[in-house]
Write a protein that binds this ligand. Structure first.
Ligand SMILES: Nc1nc2c(ncn2[C@@H]2O[C@H](COP(=O)(O)OP(=O)(O)O)[C@@H](O)[C@H]2O)c(=O)[nH]1
Ligand SMILES: [Mg+2]
Ligand SMILES: [Zn+2]
Length: 307
C-alpha cells in the first residue's frame, strides 16, 4: 500500500492512503541502520509504501524520493540535519506587527531558507484587527519591499476573519508549511481551517511578549479534501543550514540577478570595490534593509564556522 506520512513521533508514523484511511506504522529496522545525513529517516509529507499484517501492524517498506524538503541542523548532531517536512508546495511565514513584532531579520532568514530549499515562500501578516494606523503604514512599506522583490504578501486577521478568502485560494490543492514565531497566530490559523484539529492557542505572555510553546512534533492536517497544512515546531531555528558565505547572495533574488556585474567574480559584496550589489544599494535598487540583513547573516555564518 502507498500513503503519505501525516505525523511522526519518531517511533510511530501516521499514514493516510489514497482513499483516506488512516494507518499507524513503524519503520523497518533497515532504514534506521543506514548511515545517513539525516537524523530522522522519514518526515511528515513523505510518500511511503507500507505493508500490514493481520494484527494491523504496519511496516514502512519504502520511501519515495522527495520532491523537496526543509531541514534544520540537528540539535544533537551538528553535522547532520533534521528533516522537518518533505514534498512541500509552499512555505508560509506567519508574521505580526503588533504583539509580537516580527523582526525583518527573521523574515529574511526564513526567505533565504526557502530559496535554499527551492520552496515558494509566502508572507502572511496576521492580527490586522489589532493594528494601529502606524502599524498599517509599516505594513505597507514592508509589503511594498517584499512584493518588489517578488514575494507574495497578505494581510489577514484570523480571529476577525479579514482577508481569509484570498488566503484560502492560495492554500487550495496545495501542501503548505506554516511557521512563525510563537504568538503570531499559527494555531489559530490552523484551527480556522481545521476546527477538528483542536490545536491549543496560547495567550502571548504579558511580560515577555513571547507565546508559550505547545507543539512538539510536526504534523500535517488535511482540509478542503485536497489541501494540507503542515504545522511544525522548532522551525524557528530554521537557520542557515549548509549555506556558505560565498553563496549567500544567491539566495537574495534581487542580488542574484546582479552577481555577474561585480568586478571580482568571487565578490562577497562586503568590502570589495566596484561591487554591483553595493552600488545597487546606493542607487536604491536594492533595499538597504535587505542588504543590512545580508551582512548580518554573512557575519553569523562566519561566527558559526569558527565556534
Ligand atoms: N488580535 C488578534 N489576535 C489574534 C489573532 N490571531 C490569533 N490571535 C491571538 O494571538 C495569540 C496567540 O495565538 P496562537 O494561535 O496561539 O499563536 P501561535 O503561537 O503562533 O500558535 C492568542 O491569544 C490568539 O487569540 C488575530 O487575528 N487578531
Ligand atoms: Mg501554537
Ligand atoms: Zn559584489
Amino acid at each position: 500500500m502507498t500513503g503519505i506520512v501525516y505525523k511522526s513521533t519518531g517511533l510511530w508514523y501516521s499514514i493516510i492512503d489514497d482513499s483516506g484511511r488512516l494507518f499507524q506504522a513503524r519503520l523497518k529496522g533497515i532504514f534506521k541502520q543506514q548511515k545517513q545525513l539525516e537524523t530522522n529517516p522519514i518526515a511528515v509529507g513523505d510518500c511511503v509504501d507500507f505493508s500490514s499484517d493481520s494484527n494491523q501492524q504496519c511496516m514502512i517498506t519504502k520511501i519515495y524520493p522527495r520532491r523537496n524538503f526543509i531541514a534544520r541542523e540537528s540539535i544533537q548532531h551538528r553535522k547532520r540535519q533534521h528533516i522537518i517536512a518533505a514534498n512541500i508546495d509552499q512555505s508560509i511565514l506567519m508574521c505580526s506587527i503588533p504583539d509580537p513584532t516580527t523582526p525583518l531579520g527573521f523574515i529574511d532568514r526564513f526567505l533565504v531558507s526557502c530559496e535554499l530549499f527551492h520552496i515558494h515562500a509566502i508572507l502572511v501578516f496576521n492580527k490586522q484587527d489589532a493594528m494601529t494606523p502606524d502599524d498599517l503604514l509599516r505594513y505597507k512599506s514592508i509589503k511594498n519591499m517584499y512584493e518588489t522583490i517578488g514575494y507574495q504578501v497578505f494581510l489577514v486577521s484570523v480571529v476577525a476573519n479579514v482577508g481569509m478568502d484570498k488566503l484560502t485560494d492560495v492554500l487550495q490543492h496545495k501542501t503548505s508549511l506554516i511557521s512563525g514565531q510563537s504568538g503570531v497566530g499559527k494555531s489559530s490559523f490552523i484551527n480556522y481551517y481545521i476546527p477538528s484539529a483542536f490545536i491549543d492557542t496560547q495567550n502571548v505572555n504579558a511580560g515577555s511578549g513571547k507565546g508559550v510553546h505547545t507543539t512538539t512534533f510536526a504534523e500535517m492536517y488535511q482540509f478542503m479534501d485536497t489541501s494540507n497544512i503542515i504545522d511544525s515546531p522548532g522551525i524557528k531555528e530554521l537557520g542557515l543550514v549548509n549555506v556558505e558565505q560565498s553563496e549567500l547572495s544567491q539566495y537574495f533574488p534581487e542580488m542574484r540577478m546582479l552577481l555577474t556585474a561585480c568586478k571580482y567574480h568571487n565578490c562577497v559584496h562586503i568590502a570589495e570595490p566596484e561591487c554591483a550589489i553595493k552600488n545597487a544599494v546606493k542607487n536604491g535598487k536594492i533595499f538597504s534593509q535587505r542588504y543590512t540583513n545580508y551582512v548580518q547573516m554573512y557575519d553569523s555564518i562566519l561566527k558559526y564556522r569558527w565556534q
